[in-house]
Design a protein around this ligand. Sequence first.
Ligand SMILES: *Cc1c(COP(=O)(O)O)cnc(C)c1O
Length: 344
Amino acid sequence: MNLKKLIRKNILALEPYSTARDEFKGGDISVWLDANESPYPNGVNRYPDPHQRQLKQRLSSLFRIKKESIFLGGAGSDEAIDVTFRIFCEPGKDNAVAISPSYGVYKVAAAINDVLLKEVLLNDDFTLPVERILDTTDGSTKLIWICSPNNPTGNAFPKEDITRIAEAFDGIVVVDEAYGDFSEKGSMLAEIDAHPNVIVLRTFSKAWGMAGMRCGMAFAVPEIIEYFDRVKYPYNMSSIIQEELLRRIEEGTGNHIPEIVSERSRLAAEIHEAGCVEEIYPSDANFLLVKVTDADAVYDYLIGNGVIVRNRTRMPLCHNTLRITVGTPDENDRTINLLKNYGK
Ligand SMILES: *Cc1c(COP(=O)(O)O)cnc(C)c1O
């Protein structure tokens, strides 16, 4: 991989903003007059560590990856998506390729950055059209976006397919593993040294149960993460979040992955019986994509009964589908009963 050829020229030439805390090289300081902060302690009067060193140290052992391979986004992995476009894609000139249907933020982030996103329809059975993806790239394609497990289809793609794309493509392959913790299909995380053009996205929003925290991660070889550090906002994660995340990781606030995975099977088996349900697609995530007789009508019926799901009927290949998040057993019971009683 020729990384320098992939990075936008202005980003290559960029002199990153140097914070007061970057310029502090250590020493026995007891009076901090370098950052125009308030001197009066209230818990948050000091700027946070712009490099989130303590948190990255902890995540490094948690994910078994060197800390130089971690980027943290204080606006979730959505931030990592935007920063990726800003590092690699020359507005109005470069393009990116993504699968369709998939997570909507790639398209919005591409549009905001004035980057053409070429969408490649999945195969009818939602498998990855490896050759069509590769054929869609051209000399100006910098990024390929693969969401696995994919939202909204729920399936994870075989690692061999993703690896094949990474090996055949000269640019960057971003693998969004927001739902990776629910899948047994294997992560690309362990592959980034062998495939240095791969960036893996993870988030604390789903399996970790901290969507409100807004913390997402990008993992890549240190040579790529360096550019994330240049392009990100200097203080992109508040001290409150850095401390709270560390505290919760230490506390091990209970991940509910086994319950959610087992509820996913139960929910699928039960709603299979409902008259309005035509097909339940296999899921490696914490949601089910369900084909119903009339998605708009079933969606309104559920809302009328206090349950909201995501209507995906207007997405490609998803006509008459609803995306249903796996809830607590009680919540799932309610949804099951409602679906079984639809039209009765
Ligand atoms: C939910 C989700 C995210 C998470 O984004 P955050 O900004 O970290 O909350 C990322 N990618 C996909 C595919 C998702 O479904």
